[in-house]
Design a protein around this ligand. Structure first.
Ligand code: ZN
Length: 368
């Protein structure tokens, strides 16, 4: 059974509620519970199309576990227009990234571990999830109030915390498809068949994926310190689907199928229904996911192709200075990088200040 509802995530100055749409698909049996959201950053709309395609797949192949999906997860971000562009990455009031406002307080880990050291895994899972929910409730009931971004984040997190698998759908600026992979989940991440992968540490710094998996990873670390092996019971990933301000609903079917391939390996269906295209999956560690900042202001021709090997010394971009077309000084320069890399994304505008993040590239790559 599929139902839709709305959840209130804030209030406008007029007093009207800000709401997000929530799609709930009731599972047929005992599969993992899944939470998927899209478009927390206002310009990153492709995830909404992927949710649409996932819904079509879930109608065709009813899942075993419950699935909750939230398209257009940020009613403020998507409406944050400036001219023809959508800003939508930062709360304009506080300046804080919309995806850095989720909550986890690790101080409960040690006392919890001591209380549940000898408990069954299922008992640990249920009790820990209850504690996480209590933390969120306490945070939301703060007598000092919350910012608008925190209201939004905590209301979304209240839904995500119920899930065993959390997928947060994003895009880059002008970008190839890529995946953030917590190191503990490296093997399972291969089932997404995403060509470019960044292996991230498993600690918490406020993003939805970290807020979802990191408490469980930290719990397993605490149990290990006390001599007990405990699996990390929740998986969470940030999937970067391509470029912002871009919608390709037919193409989203392929993204939906690669997500379903991962989900079927996690037991969301009793059989395997989708067969994604095989792809060569490259990865690097977060420390080797390098940003290149423009050495000068000017206009940029982006030359390096995304998701293609770029040898050291080959042209990345040309930087033009049209104020110096006549005279002694040079009016253009070719930009190269000192090592081999695979470009993942580049800045969306051709006009840049000195210090603009021009490209992000994988270096020291290996097969996932
Ligand atoms: Zn994003």
């Amino acid at each position: 059974m599929i139902t839709t509802t709305t959840v209130k995530v804030g209030e406008q100055p007029t007093g009207d509620p800000m709401e997000v749409p929530v799609i709930h698909i009731q599972g047929q049996g005992n599969g993992p519970r899944v939470y998927i959201q899209a478009n927390i950053h206002g310009a990153e709309v492709q995830g909404n199309a992927v949710i649409y395609q996932l819904l079509n797949l879930f109608r065709q192949y009813p899942p075993q576990g419950d699935v909750v999906m939230v398209p257009q997860a940020n009613p403020l971000g998507i409406n944050q227009k400036s001219g023809e562009f959508t800003l939508g990455r930062f709360d304009p009031v506080t300046g804080i990234n919309w995806n850095r406002q989720y909550h986890f307080d690790h101080s409960m880990l040690e006392p919890f571990t001591q209380d549940y050291l000898d408990a069954e895994e299922s008992e640990i899972r249920d009790a820990f999830r209850t504690r996480l929910k209590q933390q969120l409730e306490a945070r939301m009931a703060s007598p000092w109030g919350l910012t608008c971004g925190q209201h939004l984040a905590l209301n979304l997190q209240k839904m995500a915390v119920e899930a065993d698998i959390v997928l947060d759908l994003h895009t880059g600026p002008i970008s190839a498809q890529h995946l953030y992979v917590p190191e503990y989940a490296r093997k399972r991440a291969r089932h997404f068949h995403i060509p470019l992968n960044i292996l991230i540490p498993s600690d918490f710094s406020g993003a939805m994926d970290e807020a979802s998996f990191s408490p469980w990873w930290q719990l397993s670390q605490h149990f290990a310190l006390h001599g007990r092996e405990l699996p990390v019971m929740v998986d969470a990933f940030t999937i970067e689907l391509g470029s912002q301000e871009h919608l390709d609903v037919a193409g989203a079917r392929q993204d939906a199928e690669s997500i379903c391939n991962y989900l079927q390996h996690q037991g969301l269906w009793l059989e395997h229904y989708v067969q994604p295209e095989p792809s060569a999956m490259q990865a690097c560690y977060l420390k080797d996911y390098k940003a290149f900042f423009s050495p000068a202001g000017g206009q940029v021709e982006y030359l390096a192709k995304l998701n293609q090997q770029l040898p050291a010394g080959e042209p990345l971009a040309t930087l033009w200075h049209f104020n110096a077309l006549v005279g002694e000084s040079s009016h253009s320069r070719t930009i190269t990088l000192p090592c081999d890399c695979i470009p993942v994304l580049h800045f969306a505008s051709a006009s840049v200040q000195q210090g603009t993040e021009l490209y992000k590239v994988l270096t020291n790559t290996f097969r996932l």
